[in-house]
Design a protein around this ligand. Sequence first.
Ligand SMILES: *Cc1c(COP(=O)(O)O)cnc(C)c1O
Length: 475
Amino acid sequence: MLDPVDWDEFRIEAHHMLDDMIDYVEHIRERPVWQPIPGEVRDLFREALPARPSALASAHETFMRAVLPYATGNVHPGFMGWVHGGGTPVGMLADMLAAGLNANLGGRDQMPIEVEKQVLQWVRQIFGFPDAASGLFVTGTSMANFISLIVARTGRLGAGVRKSGMHERRLTAYASSSAHGSIAQALDLSGMGIDALRVVPVNERFEMDVAALAEAVKKDRQAGHMPFFVAGTAGSVDTGAVDDLDAIADFAKREGLWFHVDGAYGALGMLAPDIAPRLSGIGRADSIAFDFHKWGQVPYDAGFVLVRDGELHRSAFASDAAYLRRESRALAAGSPWPCDFGPDLSRSFRALKTWFTIKVFGTEMIGQAISGTCELARHLRKRIEKTDRLELLAPVSLNIVCFRYKCEDPDRVNAEIVARLQESGIAAPSTTVLDGRLAIRAAIVNHRSNRSDIDAFVDAAIDLGNALTRGEYGN
Ligand SMILES: *Cc1c(COP(=O)(O)O)cnc(C)c1O
């Protein structure tokens, strides 16, 4: 009863929608990266719960007028804020197909799960993991980090911990001060508590100080704690730093710790021959968390968790609910199911847009897009080094550049530069704080960005800095 009454009319409207979104991506450069949302536009989405139907065309029109122009802008090549992927029209179409199929990938014997298993097999290949490794699409790396921590905990204490809980056992985990907040959150959600995370200092390149890690573990053992988990970062969210994964792997092996890699955006650098050597050691991880929706350019959301010991992974999540009974034939066959490897039962078909992306572009083109963002970051670094009024605030390791305009009140001025840049629609960097100093942070992730986007960004940043500090430089 919720299907169209007039399929022909529906089809025409559907084609309009498709054309609108193809136009949006094709002509994205003609738009501002981001623009402030007018009050009356916001108000359109504060209406009462509608009891009566309205026309599809009218809902579409509201979307075009009030939603589409006011998104974050991460499709736009001038977007450099946080670490957002740009997506592709191919991924968009695949998502439409997935929505049409309305598949639930919690389990059961269906081809969509075979597609997910195909991507898992490709992921094993990317990282050199064995066939026994398990993996799963999840929302994002935040969830993938959490799942990895739970598997590691179960590995350390045995599956009995799922029933008995932690009791007085004081497990401790380790990550650097540059690690993403979702690592601490994972300890929080697990019930181990954020204090169970030991924050290891970083060196001048913002990489984990492995000697300090060893010191922290030793101290904890002496105090009667149970060190069990160390998370290395492959592409830190602030500066793009890559921890010395080989050194952490060696240490974790010696100490019997679970070696996890948060490679949210950086891990897929494995697809770029010039970046992959920087990730040396990632293939030795016990678990890897990463996102296809960042450097992989798959539309949101498409996080992934990969676990070397698939049997342990299953033992950390599988349950024997009667309504999830498995059979040897028909629809309830195909055990184990994806729901045996994580907390989600109903799961969307994230695998399809990822399969389409990899299949249509191939890993070489995706790798070139990744390399390209790093090359643009080096171009931006050179422009900063050549400009007296700008200074770099962190080494440029991959695709993230942190810098600031030099002046008397740099924290205020640089925050203002970033806000005005965003409001101008020219570029959308974000900010971070490094060693107590506010930085303009450009994370170049979008495959559409090119040199002219970088030049427009840095020129506008300099102009804004000059205007905001009028007088300081005699201008
Ligand atoms: C983005 C990011 C995360 C979080 O990933 P989500 O997909 O947003 O959940 C974790 N770690 C790092 C290093 C990141 O860049």
